[in-house]
Design a protein around this ligand. Structure first.
Ligand code: NDP
Length: 329
């Protein structure tokens, strides 16, 4: 029998306008990065996406290099779009990034006009789409003039390949220049992707935050759970079997002190009747500073757990201070 999305899928999720735009994005968005390669069975990836749609998540984030082989996540998502979501494609906000990792033919990805347009076209082909909603430049490419990268983004929108553009992981100076250039070109920057946990509170940089606020640029946080560090995953196993050594590369500095901090965070979450993941997501979304936060999920149950974060979004000043402190290494 053909799968149908839940009729009441928009009843419980919250939505925020992305920056000054009219685009409405669910406060939780699903990222299809390392949980979406060919090593994961298709039915699990499909179940994760179906669960997300059923719970009102309308934003799906990919990048040209996502998946354990570049492009494979986009191919998988394309298959799911065809089998399950073709009738609701207009409801979905689908983003892709380009300019990081490997490109076609295993060349390093660049952010030249040539590379970005080709990468966007490959992403569209893999997903079987006419357009994506948001096209991101994934990282500042020091070998390409910023004006060229921004003019490529403008071209990608004007040629109908994307509706909006965004910046990911740009430093403050480049963000300012990029936002100004895009404004002059008439294709304003919709959104910026920062990281916000595990010693990496990018938007603590007041100048960066001011640039985004003054220019009406939204913020969608990536890796909010520090790729699983800010969940119960290591709390239970690290102590028993030296699991710390297996932690993901982005967390190589994750030593005992951080584990202690995670334990403290877990204690605060337990006191609030939340899982650690739920509390961290609620904290990121607290106060409306962020448009949305991406989540990665390996099982549909994790999507359910993360969405339940929205049941408790209140924090005392003391809790906020403690979480802010313990979420730094
Ligand atoms: P997270 O920080 O959200 O961590 C995801 C992992 O946490 C999952 O794989 C799962 O791991 C675990 N998890 C998720 N939910 C729960 C839960 N409720 N309870 C317990 N464990 C849970 O994510 P990612 O690093 O995957 O990043 C999310 C997205 O951000 C990416 O898919 C991508 O779209 C984007 N991103 C963007 C970047 C950029 O440069 N702009 C860089 C990195 C990511 P497990 O089941 O294995 O324990």
């Amino acid at each position: 029998m053909m799968w149908r999305p839940a009729e009441k899928r928009y009843d419980r999720m919250s939505y925020r306008q992305c920056g000054n735009s009219g685009l409405s994005v669910s406060v939780l968005s699903l990222g299809l990065w390392h949980n979406f390669g060919p090593d994961i069975p298709f039915d699990i990836k499909q179940a994760v996406c179906r669960q997300a749609v059923d719970l009102g998540i309308n934003h799906y984030d990919l990048n040209a290099g996502a998946g354990s082989s570049p492009g494979s996540a986009e191919e998988t998502f394309g298959e799911i779009l065809r089998t399950d979501f073709s009738d609701i494609r207009d409801e979905l906000v689908i983003s892709v990034k380009a300019g990081f990792g490997a490109s076609s033919g295993n060349h390093p990805a660049r952010s030249s006009r040539k590379h970005l347009v080709a990468s966007c076209d490959r992403s569209l082909r893999r997903m079987g789409l006419d357009y994506v909603d948001i096209f991101y430049t994934h990282h500042r490419d020091p070998k390409t003039p910023l004006e060229e990268t921004m003019s490529a983004l403008d071209h990608i929108v004007r040629s109908g390949r994307a509706l909006y553009v965004g910046l990911s992981a740009y430093d403050t100076k480049s963000t300012r220049e990029a936002v100004e250039t895009l404004k002059e070109l008439g294709t304003p920057c919709l959104v910026y992707q920062p990281r916000h946990v595990s010693g990496d509170h990018w938007l603590d940089d007041r100048e960066l935050k001011t640039i985004l606020d003054e220019n009406g640029v939204g913020a969608i946080v990536f890796s909010p759970l520090a790729q699983g560090l800010l969940t119960s995953r290591y709390l239970s196993r690290a102590l028993q079997d030296g699991y710390v050594a297996e932690m993901p590369s982005s967390a190589s500095s994750f030593q005992d002190s951080l584990l202690n901090n995670v334990r403290r965070l877990n204690g605060i979450a337990a006191g609030k009747g939340q899982s650690l993941a739920q509390m961290v997501l609620a904290w990121i979304l607290w106060g409306g500073k962020m448009t949305s936060t991406l989540i990665g999920a390996t099982r549909p149950e994790q999507v359910v757990d993360c969405v339940m974060a929205m049941n408790h979004v209140d924090f005392s000043i003391e809790e906020l201070t403690q979480i802010d402190w313990f979420s730094r290494v």
